[in-house]
Design a protein around this ligand. Structure first.
Ligand SMILES: [Zn+2]
Length: 203
């Protein structure tokens, strides 16, 4: 796989994703090591000279910014970028319409899997603790309320996945491409079968 082939596939929204992914930890590190920790150090050296309220507020702002950026990145990748991908008529040997279709289905289910993960890890931890210590003390995250986001996100995965598939099919047929392999069918008159892979072409 050559870099040039990848570059053709790199759209502006993929570049935004890359910048966002790099910026998210960097912003946190810059705020933590650039502002919070030096301020705490100065405070430790000279306790009368620092407002601990201000320091606490600064820590909350830093963590809040990081959570907000993570949520934005997550929404960007699993919803905005996926939607734009489904409407992108650019395909290559690396990314055929069928491959993008699989990628989009996976994308739609990411929020569900993440929510499931949030439930499964503390469940495994609590079960392990119960097996080792014969004491059932479930993790505080584990409650029946957790079932609500999991069910809602499963519905989102199913519905949004279908929406993305429909959008991708429209994009591919508007561009007159073979859905299976991405071959250009526009110049072929009365084309019923893709000459490249033999897939039947829908009228
Ligand atoms: Zn084909």
């Amino acid at each position: 796989m050559k870099w040039r082939e990848w570059k053709v596939q790199l759209t502006w929204w993929h570049k935004v994703t890359l910048v966002f992914t790099v910026a998210t930890p960097l912003v946190y590190l810059a705020m933590m090591y650039g502002i919070v920790i030096p301020m705490a150090r100065r405070g430790a050296a000279n306790p009368t000279n620092i407002s601990f309220d201000a320091l606490g507020r600064l820590v909350r702002i830093t963590i809040g910014t990081e959570i907000a950026m993570l949520v934005m990145l997550f929404v960007w990748v699993s919803i905005v970028s996926a939607w734009l991908d489904a409407g992108n008529p650019r395909f290559s040997d690396l990314v055929s319409p069928v491959m993008r279709s699989r990628h989009l289905s996976f994308n739609a289910w990411i929020p569900f899997f993440l929510a499931l993960f949030v439930g499964i890890v503390p469940l495994a931890e609590s079960l392990g603790d119960w097996l080792l210590n014969k004491k059932w003390e479930p993790h505080f995250i584990l409650s029946w309320w957790l079932a609500i986001p999991i069910v809602l996100l499963a519905a989102h995965g199913w519905w949004f996945g279908r929406l993305l598939q429909r959008r991708l099919r429209t994009t591919v047929s508007r561009a007159r491409l073979c859905y299976q392999c991405g071959y250009r069918l526009a110049e072929i008159p009365n084309c019923t079968r893709c000459p490249e892979c033999g897939t039947e072409v829908a009228a």
